[in-house]
Design a protein around this ligand. Structure first.
Ligand code: ADP
Ligand code: MG
Length: 275
């Protein structure tokens, strides 16, 4: 069953997603049953320590990799049972992808304008003026005839973003897109991702960067391949373990610099406050 989507629009979702890698040294259980919804017109940040499964989940959402078990919807397409060829066509048509390293997103001999032309063609989109509009929104108009080596790291990532969103994909997946940028370029990139979100694009962004978490509408916390909490929209969903321990999301943990809390039962609600 497909989880309910908010806003009634086309979003993406996964249910019970498991990913096991088999390698010479044995099995790695990278994802252990992930249920998540990536609503339209929203930025979902995926956070968690290195090795927690962020990239594995993004590769599955981006139709690059297949889950070992579970269901994945990109828009109305259920991709987990699709052949490699069908997945490739969903990826081209419905998903935009951005890697961490600016250079990995771009082709050295194409100009910025040619990148957008190629990305639009791959997506099967020919909306007149869209490339020019994106170059304006992403402050790249004066760079249209430049090749990647003539662009700064921030400009390269903005071009990668433009290529990922052209043609209106259902989902844009970005794996640590600000990791190699200075904080000013990272903030500029996230500001523009925010503008594109406001036009309806759904983003799934793996990150360690507070700038991205700040801009996100929803934050999913991954640990050892499981979701441990969902925060933002003034709610936090956290797992209580068998001993009664609960993990506070980082932004709440900051309220407790002394790492001591007063716990009170107040009309059926548990209140946790600094001493
Ligand atoms: P993150 O992006 O959060 O750092 P990953 O999804 O890259 O996490 O990795 C999750 C786990 O899966 C790690 O233990 C990692 O070593 C393992 N892993 C990732 N890709 C592969 C692969 N192709 N083969 C074997 N193990 C992998
Ligand atoms: Mg990763």
């Amino acid at each position: 069953m497909r989880p309910e989507l908010q806003n009634g629009g086309v979003g993406s979702s996964c249910t019970g997603v498991v990913k096991i890698y088999w390698s010479g040294s044995g099995e790695v259980h990278a994802l252990k049953g992930i249920d998540a919804v990536f609503p339209p017109a929203a930025i979902t940040a995926l956070v968690g320590p290195s090795g927690s499964g962020k990239s594995s989940l993004l590769r599955i959402l981006a139709c690059v990799d297949r889950p070992t078990a579970g269901q994945v919807f990109v828009g109305s397409k259920e991709i987990s049972a699709m052949s490699r060829g069908k997945r490739r066509s969903v990826r081209r048509g419905l998903v935009g992808y951005m890697f961490q390293r600016p250079a990995d997103n771009l082709i050295s001999y194409l100009t910025a304008a040619e990148h957008l032309e190629m990305a639009a063609k791959l997506r099967g989109s020919d909306r007149a003026g869209e490339a020019e509009e994106l170059l304006d929104v992403l402050h790249l108009r004066s760079r249209a005839s430049h090749r990647p080596s003539q662009l700064s790291g921030g400009e390269q990532q903005r071009l990668a973003l433009a290529s990922a969103v052209i043609g209106g994909p259902v989902l844009v997946v970005a794996d640590e897109p600000t990791a190699e940028l200075d904080s000013v370029s990272g903030e500029a990139l996230m500001g523009m991702i925010g503008q594109l979100r406001d036009r309806g694009t759904s983003f799934a962004v793996a990150t360690h960067d507070p700038i991205v978490m700040e801009a996100a509408d929803q934050i999913l916390h991954l640990r050892h391949g499981a979701l441990e909490a969902e925060t933002k929209q003034s709610r936090a969903l956290s797992v209580i373990d068998a001993s009664g321990r609960i993990q506070l999301p980082p932004e709440m943990l900051r309220l407790f610099p002394g790492r001591r809390a007063v716990i009170r039962l107040d009309e059926g609600e548990v209140r946790i406050t600094p001493p």
